[in-house]
Design a protein around this ligand. Sequence first.
Ligand SMILES: Cc1cc2nc3c(=O)[nH]c(=O)nc-3n(C[C@H](O)[C@H](O)[C@H](O)COP(=O)(O)OP(=O)(O)OC[C@H]3O[C@@H](n4cnc5c(N)ncnc54)[C@H](O)[C@@H]3O)c2cc1C
Length: 575
Amino acid sequence: MLEHDVIIVGGGLAGSRAALAIKQTHPSLDVGLVAKTHPIRSHSVAAQGGIAASLQNVDSEDAWEAHAFDTVKGSDYLADQDAVEFLAKDAPNTIIDLEHMGVLFSRLPDGRIAQRAFGGHSHKRTCYAADKTGHAILHELVNNLRHHGVTIYEEWYVMQLILEDNEAKGIIMYHLLDGHLAVVRAKAVMFATGGYGRVFNTTSNDYASTGDGLAMCAIAGLPLEDMEFVQFHPTGLYPAGVLISEAVRGEGAYLRNSEGERFMEHYAPKQMELAPRDITSRAITLEIRAGRGLHPDGTAGGPCVHLDLRHMGKEKIMSRVPFCWEEAHRLVGVDAIHQPMPVRPTAHYSMGGIPVNTEGQVRWNGDTLVEGFFAAGECACVSVHGANRLGSNSLLECVVYGKRTGIKLAQYVQNRKMPSFDAQTYLDKAQKRIYGLLEQEGNMRIGQLRQQFQDCMSEHCGVFRTDAIMQEGLDKIRQLQDQYHQIRLDDQGDCWNTELIEALELGNLLVVGEMILASAYNRKESRGAHSREDYATRDDEKFLQHTLSYYSPAGIDIQYMPVVINRFQPQERKY
Ligand SMILES: Cc1cc2nc3c(=O)[nH]c(=O)nc-3n(C[C@H](O)[C@H](O)[C@H](O)COP(=O)(O)OP(=O)(O)OC[C@H]3O[C@@H](n4cnc5c(N)ncnc54)[C@H](O)[C@@H]3O)c2cc1C
């Protein structure tokens, strides 16, 4: 059996930053980090637009309080304000810290770190490395991991969290290279497993964003928080769904409908294209529904709108957002210097996740904590984004709370013994599950079932929702879950069996999808990214609360938990 003081699942920004913080605090601690991809291929590497901090390099009026207020307002008042305060206060130091590690940020002419405008932020506070910010940060973090002696298990797939009596004791993982299973025992386990964009048929997320960490927690009996809040990013390139960063609008691009009109003036007259994402995605969806969308050939009545960069000029486009230009050129043949890009909303980010306190320790409910278990990054819900995340706050959350969780972990394991459990029983069960999948006889293909599921989620839990649509979605999901037992795998081997991994991931997607739908069905109001056509307004009296959803094969149990409000009282959101 493998053993570490701390085992971290996830090599993106959150997991890497936490591992580094542990080693920087207590170099003698033995830290293992597992990733199902190479850590550098974690979705964090694809982050484009930037990372927010009130450095005041471009806008001397900015302050951490303004950043905190924008974040809470953006969250539609569902964020926990103690968590937001720490995020906004720590942000400037976080950037300087990253810079000292070697991250190459874009610069102002005088050499200081440049900052740009982003949706929902009242000041220019987003630091960036052109439109490849995640790439710049993750490479430095992962280089530093190696330098500090963190043991990296790359291309190992974690199948299960070992949780006994409300205490996390380790994990079980499967090696893609040769199919062998291993149990890892640890004084503390941390999940930094990222998001679940693959629940939907159109997403900006990578193929590995399948919500594994969330599903493993749910199956172990732990709650998930605020799963109904799914962010649809306004500008997914049509039809691919890949992201065209908000930085493009931050640098001045316009959204136009089939009449050439900058339609955001009807939805957010002050902030226009830089309104928060929930508002902009709804606006685009309403324009398309009203027949003012476009077809790819430019004729009216189609499924997308135009993102127009032409007035920005070649030099600005190629220096500030070159990657977005390249994406549109490569994927849909559009040269954005001369033509508008076709865009529509795409599933992008998970506001909800594994409930944690502000030191990253997993919460069983409002008061009780789970021993030995921590989480940070997109898979966690601390909650700094509430019902709607502002752009460039996620990278920040990963780094700030990754580091904070690492520091706490280094302290926590000092007083903890290595837990004991019967590893063989867990290994036998995992082996049985794998054989079960390899040998099961059915006529359903993974791709077929996954497509039906993703279509179901997109149709029944998209930008706009109603009771009737979601109830139908829940019924369909339960049928699809039954069909999971009828999938047939062609590859029976143990060398690089990616089909088996896809089957395991699909099992997780089906659980996460049901948690999202059940949480959304029960929230009978509209708040942030959760827009109900049958309950069109926000209802603070009943629903200024966090959802906690508990999974069981018989159905989902929903409870609620208070929101921390200590500075900004809820107001109507206007932009
Ligand atoms: C295209 C795109 C652009 C973005 N741009 C920005 C931006 O400009 N600014 C911003 O603030 N945010 C942005 N975001 C959001 C932000 O990038 C993510 O929220 C953040 O990077 C998530 O980091 P993470 O460390 O939580 O997880 P990830 O980077 O997703 O890493 C997850 C890790 O967990 C591992 N893992 C998962 N499941 C398992 C398993 N079963 N076994 C083993 N390992 C597992 C994966 O291998 C991976 O290493 C963007 C997101 C996308 C998709």
